[in-house]
Design a protein around this ligand. Structure first.
Ligand code: HEM
Ligand SMILES: *[C@@H]1O[C@H](CO)[C@@H](O)[C@H](O)[C@H]1NC(C)=O
Length: 217
């Protein structure tokens, strides 16, 4: 009885998923990240999404963000939706290829494989990108992930650098068909979920100096 209730709750958590954001001081990059854990399995496995932004970021204006994602090795691909939905916002999909990470920018208006999207550009860093026997992680800067024109009307939507933003993630146990290529197709997710990510806690003073030191792949 209790066990069934627990499993039911966990299944529900898999759908709405994720936890509150916490602060993470990253020794590899020197950045302060606001970090969220997105649960995808009832045994406690989850994907950690960390975001850092510059102190110069203004409301109703675009700003860069550094993203660091920590992924258990059983994950086939992991996704982040910057606008908190599958459609009409910048999507990231990422997977492991050998000891490295492949990241791809996508956009879609439908619930089908999202095509690549040139409106967001990711710079993958060597710094903060690594793997071991249980996890892999990558660190990348994104330009064009915090603002977008969702319906093509010319009305831009901006993430708020001073508050919470609703983000979404997706998890699939299955790998892309051609993992060495960022334009590979990949199968639908098993789990998706949402959380409010605290961007105010992601603010970094000295952004330019710290980000300049990160080694680009
Ligand atoms: C092969 C690629 C993909 C396929 C075929 C696919 C398909 C679907 C389908 C059919 C739904 C509706 C599920 C339902 O109503 O219960 C859905 C929802 C969703 N998907 Fe995907 N998806 C793909 C990739 C992605 C990616 C890369 C993300 C990035 C995070 C994502 C995020 C979401 C989210 C957040 C939802 C919830 C509903 C919504 O926000 O529209 N999906 N997807
Ligand atoms: C493996 O890597 C992950 C991600 O970098 C890290 O969080 C974890 O502590 C590492 N585990 C060990 C045993 O070093």
């Amino acid at each position: 009885m209790l066990k069934n209730l627990w499993l039911g709750l966990v299944a529900l958590a898999g759908m709405v998923a994720a936890a509150d954001t916490a602060i993470y001081q990253d020794p590899d990059t020197g950045l302060t990240f606001s970090s969220a854990f997105a649960l995808y399995k009832s045994d406690g496995r989850g994907i950690t999404f960390r975001i850092a932004i510059p102190a110069s970021a203004q409301q109703y204006a675009p700003f860069d963000a550094v993203l660091q994602v920590v992924v258990p090795n059983d994950v086939g691909w992991a996704g982040l939706a910057w606008g908190g939905s599958m459609t009409r916002n910048p999507l990231l999909a990422a997977w492991k290829n050998g000891n490295n990470a492949v990241i791809t920018s996508r956009w879609t208006t439908q619930h089908t494989l999202p095509p690549t999207y040139a409106g967001s550009q990711y710079t993958l860093y060597k710094t903060g990108t690594k793997s071991n026997s249980t996890h892999w992680q990558f660190t990348a800067k994104c330009t064009g992930c915090t603002s977008w024109d969702g319906d093509g009307s010319g009305t831009t939507r901006y993430l708020n650098p001073k508050g919470g933003n609703r983000l979404a993630f997706a998890y699939s146990p299955s790998k892309p068909s051609n993992p060495s290529s960022a334009s590979s197709s990949f199968p639908v997710h098993d789990v998706h979920g949402y959380w409010s990510h605290d961007f105010n806690a992601a603010i970094n003073q000295n952004w330019d100096a710290v980000v300049q030191k990160l080694v680009v792949q």
